[in-house]
Design a protein around this ligand. Structure first.
Ligand code: SAH
Length: 381
């Protein structure tokens, strides 16, 4: 059984992009699974296949293999090997063990939280393989949880559920990150429990000192906890009450002070501006405003608005740490947006560092969708 693609599908795979959409599949098996992909007689790749999904084919290997299942799981072993030195150095830390397409494991995310592992599968062909995935994770995992509640599973015709694959799963675990610890709600948190992609950027906050810092879109206090080590006053802003309760718990766990504000970030920044407040450092870590290509223009305006407000609130020489996790807002657009915000605020922005997602969220240049996080560290003058 094989998948046959048309010329456009073949061109994508030959460019080493991993995705082929259903309109470019000429024929294929009826059942989801792992299959070889051909263009005429030419072998192109091995792929996860789901004929029901618009994103019908996701390649994971560009050479033939005797055993397609073993070849896929070997990619997981390769991904684990890349992280192992970091895990061994920090067994109580939080790391992404498998970053889907970026690790040639399309549709599979595996996150490690101080010995407890959370798996999220969003491609149909993984569903039957999850026991084998758990088996490969066993040497480094006290427990493995399948957190298969991502909405995108519905596009694949998959059910939503959360259930243990290995051992009893604790409700929460404490994860070490730089100079702080934070609690992860394994069963109920956003995504797999935390936003590991910003790990290194959050730790970076420990280098700054000052009077007042503002952490906007704070979730469970991620950036704010690190800031509280060096600032007299830190305000964490989020629209989710749950997230802020966790932020307060995390602050207590570390014996640190965080002031939490439940508000819409746009309104709150405006009210700070009206009140003439000023800060030494502001973090902006908004959710993805652009979910698709169509939203880019509207999202651009929203990103520009929060950045413009933050720039106005910063003291001379203040620090803006600002991110976008929308793949569709490309890196050049992100910096163009910041330039326009600075221009409109009549302030100068000096780039201290251009950064992105952590080493454990690898980017495949041939598959641009793997690069989504932009993070700029800027001085406002
Ligand atoms: N900085 C966090 C992750 C932020 S995720 C960390 O490092 O862990 C984005 C957060 O933005 C979510 O917690 C979500 O509740 C919040 N959010 C979304 N829209 C918002 C809005 N309009 N105003 C305030 N918070 C918002």
């Amino acid at each position: 059984m094989r998948i046959l693609v048309n010329e456009r599908g073949a061109a994508r795979l030959l460019s080493r992009h991993l995705w082929v959409f259903r309109r470019d599949v000429l024929s294929g098996p009826d059942a989801p699974g792992l299959y070889p992909v051909y263009w005429g007689k030419r072998f192109l790749a091995l792929a996860l296949y789901n004929p029901q999904s618009d994103l019908a084919m996701r390649a994971y290997r560009f050479r033939p293999a005797e055993d397609p299942v073993k070849a896929l799981l070997d990619n997981l072993d390769t991904a684990l090997r890349r992280r192992l030195p970091h895990l061994e150095g920090e067994p109580e830390g939080g790391f992404r063990l498998a970053h889907a397409e970026g690790d040639f494991l399309p549709g599979l995310v595996v996150d490690y939280y101080a010995g407890h592992v959370v798996v999220q599968a969003t491609a149909h062909a993984w569903e039957g393989l999850l026991p084998q995935v758990a088996e490969r994770l066993k040497p480094l995992a006290k427990s493995v949880l399948a957190k298969n509640d991502a909405k995108s599973r519905e596009l694949e015709g998959l059910p939503l559920y959360v259930r243990p694959l290995l051992g009893p799963v604790p409700e929460r675990v404490a994860v070490r990150e730089g100079g702080v610890r934070y609690l992860v709600d394994l069963l109920e948190g956003q995504k797999t429990g935390a936003y590991l992609d910003q790990r290194e950027n959050r730790i970076l906050m420990e280098r700054f000192r000052g009077e007042r810092a503002l952490d906007v879109f704070s979730y469970a206090g991620g950036f704010g906890l690190h800031l509280a080590l060096g600032f007299q006053e830190v305000i964490s802003v989020d629209s989710s009450k749950d997230a802020l309760q966790r932020a307060e718990e995390n602050a207590r766990l570390n014996g640190l002070n965080l002031k939490t504000v439940e508000a819409n970030a746009f309104d709150y920044l405006r009210s700070l501006e009206r009140a003439g407040e000023r800060f030494d450092l502001i973090v902006l870590d908004p959710p993805a405003f652009a979910k698709g290509k169509k939203d880019v223009e509207r999202a651009y305006r929203a990103y520009k608005e929060v950045n413009l407000r933050a720039i106005k609130l910063l003291k001379e020489g203040g620090i803006l740490a600002t991110a976008s996790c929308s793949h569709h807002l490309t890196e050049p657009l992100f910096y163009e947006m910041l330039r326009e915000a600075a221009q409109d605020a009549h302030r100068s922005l000096r780039v201290l560092e251009k950064r992105g997602q952590g080493f454990d969220h690898p980017v495949l240049l041939n598959h641009p969708e793997t690069h989504y996080l932009k993070f700029a560290l800027l001085e406002v003058l």
